[in-house]
Design a protein around this ligand. Sequence first.
Ligand SMILES: Nc1ncnc2c1ncn2[C@@H]1O[C@H](COP(=O)(O)OP(=O)(O)O)[C@@H](O)[C@H]1O
Ligand SMILES: [Mg+2]
Length: 323
Amino acid sequence: MIQLNELPINKEYVKRKSTSFNFFHRRQQKVGPGALVGRYSLEDEIGRGGTGVVYRARDLRLERLVALKINYQEVGARSPGWGRLLREARLASALSHPSICTIYDVGEDGGLAYIAMEYIAGIRLSGLLVPAGLPNGLVNHFGRLISNAIAYAHEHGIIHGDIKPANAIATGSGQPKILDFGLAKHLSSIHADTAFSPSSSTDSGCAIGTFPYMAPEVLRGKRRGIWSDIWSLGVLLYELATGKLPFRGSTAFELATMIMISDPIPASREMPPVLREVICRCLRKEPHLRYHRAQEIAEELSRDSLPSLTACWREYTSSLGSC
Ligand SMILES: Nc1ncnc2c1ncn2[C@@H]1O[C@H](COP(=O)(O)OP(=O)(O)O)[C@@H](O)[C@H]1O
Ligand SMILES: [Mg+2]
């Protein structure tokens, strides 16, 4: 609900707040640049995903830029949409890591549910994919930093559940930041002795995630866990290195079949042996044969000695400039 008793910070805020109040009560779905949602003034749309639209916005109270993710669906305080967004915000806000987007706030205004978070200026890793693949050094750095961040999430009992290049942004200095904990879940219900066993089915028996990045056992409706995040990390690494997915199909059925029974399509380019081995092990069909901890991926990748991330990133971005 709009909190009319919120203390406005200036006259402009008061004016826009009351405009917003009328606006959302007249046409609740209409949001766009210039609209006010909670205490956030929307600027430009910066992204869209399966669940919401994301705006760069200004926090009028703290006077700083944020990214505001607004659920597509209008929500009531007790609706499933609100519950999902609240869960996403609670899980992600439990994490504080340089490679994970920081959550600031979650709220609801006139039927619109939103998450306010760190605004990350940069480019999605999916936007960096090229048919020839990224330079090996950059793949290695991204892989290491993302695996470290996922390991940190796992240590805090959270699995991401939707690791893919579209859910990570590289900042201007090349630092990757993971976003979108919309499909994350807490592992607290898993006992230590079953922590690496996906044998039980999900509550719904439904596969959850983004199809090309989903592990074979998840496609079969089994529980997600550390093992399924490790699989998705393998798909992400393969895609960064080759510009293509390791399993392909012209229909969803064909793709699912390839993921469940086929070996990854041999990479069309030379990869350093360490990277190749890491990808292979992440993409083992049997979950217990994959790495058991994301940290092991980072450790394996560190066996390749490389110039710094800054140097790799600078070289890569300047090569783009000279194309
Ligand atoms: N904090 C952020 N800073 C900058 N851009 C963001 C931020 N969060 C999301 N985006 C952009 O919005 C897109 C969709 O956000 P995401 O959280 O993945 O939504 P969904 O859950 O609907 O997939 C992202 O791929 C990214 O381009
Ligand atoms: Mg997303």
